[in-house]
Design a protein around this ligand. Structure first.
Ligand code: PGA
Length: 242
């Protein structure tokens, strides 16, 4: 279960969240918990999470190791600060910052080189869905994004853009249909190894819909935005089985 805080929370707010959240999920053993605060909170979060099982993630990364790239952060810098994960290809990056499949692919490869696990995001817009192009978009994003990428070190996250921050979650049927397609595509790329690749669902996940989504065969976890900003709701999502 991964929390994507997006551009939310100051350092003080990050501290307050984690200090409250850690004891609440201490008894959770069978769920991998990942939290992705903004860059400015990573250092503080890393120190607080040090002796816990909760993993730290960044929300983006650049593909070069170092150099004259004003404003960017490298995979080595993220590893150095204690990040175990990085989100790559989020639709907000693709939409607002013009990230192409090629850039996403370069970022994935650079991150794996530095032992960062990748949360690789894909998903169609409402317009694409309504035009019957969902699978076509997923096929393109998977084919281009995973070019020369091995089967290990990353998880996929299916995030239909129309479900992100809209309160309009995909139905379990819609989620399963897309996840099944993704699994089949991964099988064609990686053979048997595709069964081991986790596929997360993201887009208006809440404590109310987590159970029905997790019941889907090919939904292995979730990437949570809005509902991860409050301790209570993210803890409920993490502990959905109880
Ligand atoms: P949301 O965001 O849960 O607020 O819809 C999910 C995401 O964009 O990762």
């Amino acid at each position: 279960m991964a929390a994507n805080w997006k551009m939310n929370k100051t350092v003080a707010e990050t501290q307050a969240f984690l200090n409250e959240f850690i004891p609440v999920v201490r008894d959770v053993k069978d769920v991998e918990i990942v939290i992705a605060p903004p860059f400015t909170s990573l250092h503080t979060a890393s120190a607080i999470l040090k002796n816990t099982d909760i993993k730290l993630s960044a929300q983006d990364v650049f593909y070069e190791d170092k150099g004259a790239f004003t404003g960017e952060v490298s995979p080595a810098m993220l590893s150095d600060i204690g990040c175990k994960y990085v989100i790559i290809g989020h639709s907000e990056r693709r939409q607002y910052f013009k990230e192409t499949d090629e850039i996403v692919n370069r970022k994935i490869k650079a991150s794996l080189k530095h032992n960062l696990n990748v949360i690789f995001c894909i998903g169609e817009s409402l317009q694409e869905r309504e035009a019957g192009k969902t699978f076509e978009v997923l096929n393109r994003e998977l084919t281009e994004g995973l070019k020369d990428v091995p089967a290990e070190g990353w998880v996929a996250a299916y995030e239909p853009i129309w479900a992100i921050g809209t309160g309009r979650t995909a139905t379990p049927e819609q989620a399963q249909e897309a996840h099944k397609y993704i699994r089949e595509k991964l099988s064609s790329l990686y053979g048997m190894a595709a069964q081991e690749i986790r596929i997360l669902y993201g887009g208006s996940v809440t404590p109310d819909n987590i159970e029905s989504l997790m019941r889907c065969n090919d939904v292995d976890g979730t990437l949570v935005g809005g509902a991860s900003l409050k301790v209570d709701s993210f803890a409920k999502i993490v502990k959905y089985k109880k």
